[in-house]
Design a protein around this ligand. Structure first.
Ligand code: NAI
Ligand code: MG
Length: 490
């Protein structure tokens, strides 16, 4: 197929000249300092230590966050245990649902404030926090509220019972959504919770603590403690925890697995990914390119199921590559508070260093790097959308999780070849298939080793559908009915 001369670029170039459309910060009430949320109250940490949380788009300090030590972790676990034994496990399912609905509704009422704080603290575009993160977080609470009094129907004749106290540790890529994702099913099934957000993005979890207070949830049912890896490890190792739910890096996932081996603690681990997005020559190419762009550049590529590897059937490689490059040139990288921004700030300096390290590795390995020509702000942590071509299957950029806006591109000829290449990583979280042919979709989805496979779309999430991985991407499922099972003895 001949490569058509591209008009796309000219048509879109002017978008860079859009006048700034900044979201107002005035709705975001951020206190100078945040304490630990234990037993229904905000308490000073016994460590007396606080750490800064910054805005990665400007490097300005937003607030001080309490650092929980082992004594604080213990306090939170004791509060959760008491709340479980003395009340929550005996609370009628209907009553539990009432609280969860209330939390969902208050999230909706405070949606704008939550979206602005999410963007300030984490760097993701306001459009995404506003249209995806916050509404999806509310939807998770709504969805699981509906299950609370129907567990007997969800697990017929299996007498479902809660596990007890759940320790939950979440990452920085979808801070509020991950908190909702973890807390909602735990409450619906009658468990109590100690949750630890990631150290760079604690603010919306602490706002959620305020919402939980406002919803009048009995004290101790949800406790939110802040801190870094050591706080997380203290939670994992606490003897009175019945279940660990973790989302984050494969390295920490492995540490957690070791730590709980030989204990009665149950675990669900949702770890890294290196998803393959596969374009066949019969695919609707414009739609596919849009899906590839969304798959890797959405949320700066800080997505465990990001489509970070692209496989294009050889006969359409040239045209797909050209369309991809042209579309990349139209992406706006910059202030996440600007409603025109497509790619916001990288979450932390540390993560930017990881991404930059991989950009070097890719070039050293002999791959060819292409970045869009856009300008990026001088202050803050940013990375231009990047693709690598001439990538070999064994290259580190094709095997390891980069967790940034970086795509590696390879070609293939046959279905068998691409299945083998796509499955050839230690991960197995997600994949995408683009083709006009239904039979090809079925063949691919049955042979690709991935927990979630999208066809002719990408990055679609819904509370009703289970999510989770194979191999080093972790185990257990979250979301849907499966997500309930992970918090029950049946
Ligand atoms: P991380 O796994 O260190 O952090 C995730 C959470 O675990 C945070 O709340 C952190 O405080 C906590 N944590 C850290 N060490 C712990 C320990 N020993 N015990 C218990 N909890 C602990 O991830 P990090 O360093 O922020 O990112 C590193 C890489 O991990 C990224 O470059 C990316 O490849 C991957 N990642 C994957 C995510 C996913 O959604 N699957 C999310 C975040 C990162
Ligand atoms: Mg921050």
């Amino acid at each position: 197929m001949a490569v058509k001369k591209n008009t796309l670029k000219l048509k879109f170039d002017s978008s860079r000249n859009l006048a700034p459309a900044l979201e107002s910060k005035s709705v975001a009430k951020i206190a100078e300092r945040y304490d630990l949320f234990i037993n229904g109250k905000f308490e000073k940490p016994s460590s007396k230590k606080y750490f800064d949380t910054i805005n990665p788009a400007s490097e300005e300090k937003l607030s001080s966050i309490a650092q929980a030590n082992a004594a604080d972790v213990n306090k939170a676990v004791v509060a959760a245990r008491n709340a479980y034994e003395k009340g929550w496990k005996k609370t009628s399912p209907k009553e539990r649902a009432k609280y969860i609905y209330r939390i969902a509704r208050i999230i909706q009422e405070r949606a704008r404030e939550l979206a602005v704080i999410e963007t300030l603290d984490g760097g993701k575009p306001i459009r995404e926090s506003r249209d995806f993160d916050v509404p999806t977080a509310a939807n998770h609470f709504f969805y699981y509220a509906g299950w609370a009094d129907k567990l007997e129907y969800a697990f017929p004749n299996r007498n479902p019972k809660p596990l007890g106290v759940a320790g939950q540790i979440i990452p920085w890529n979808f801070p509020l959504l991950m908190a909702a994702w973890k807390i909602a099913p735990a409450l619906a099934t009658g468990n109590t919770v100690v949750l630890k957000p990631a150290e760079t993005t604690s603010l919306t979890a602490l706002k959620l603590a305020e919402i939980i207070q406002e919803a009048d949830l009995p004290p101790g049912v949800v406790n939110i403690i802040t801190g870094a890896g050591a706080t997380g490890a203290a939670l994992v190792n606490h003897p009175d925890i019945n279940k660990i739910a973790f989302t984050g890096s494969t390295d920490v996932g492995k540490l957690i697995q070791k730590a709980i081996a030989g204990t009665n603690k149950k675990a669900t681990l949702e770890l890294g990914g290196k998803a393959a997005n596969i374009i066949f020559d019969d695919a609707p190419l414009d739609q596919a390119v849009e899906g590839i762009i969304n798959g890797i550049f959405f949320n700066q590529g800080h997505v465990c199921c990001a489509g970070s590897r692209l496989f294009v059937q050889e006969s359409v490689y040239k045209i797909v590559l050209q369309k991809l490059k042209d579309r990349m040139e139209t992406l706006i990288v910059g202030d996440p508070m600007d409603k025109n921004t497509d790619i916001g700030a990288i979450n932390s300096k540390q993560q930017l260093e990881v991404i930059n390290k991989y950009l070097k590795i890719g070039q050293q390995e002999g791959a060819e790097m292409f970045q869009s020509a856009c300008s990026i702000p001088k202050k803050g942590f940013y990375c231009r959308p990047t693709i690598f071509t001439n990538v070999a299957q064994s290259n580190r950029i094709a095997q390891e999780e980069i967790f940034g806006p970086v795509l590696s591109i390879q070609t293939f000829r046959t279905e068998d070849e691409v299945i083998e290449k796509a499955n050839n990583t230690p991960f197995g979280l997600s994949a995408g298939v683009w083709t006009d042919k239904g039979s090809k979709i079925f063949n691919m989805t049955s042979k690709l080793k991935a927990g979630v496979i999208w066809a002719n779309t990408y990055n679609k999430f819904d509370p009703t559908s289970p999510f989770g991985g194979f191999k080093e991407s972790g185990f257990g499922r979250e979301g849907g009915l499966h997500g309930l099972g992970a918090y029950l003895k049946v």
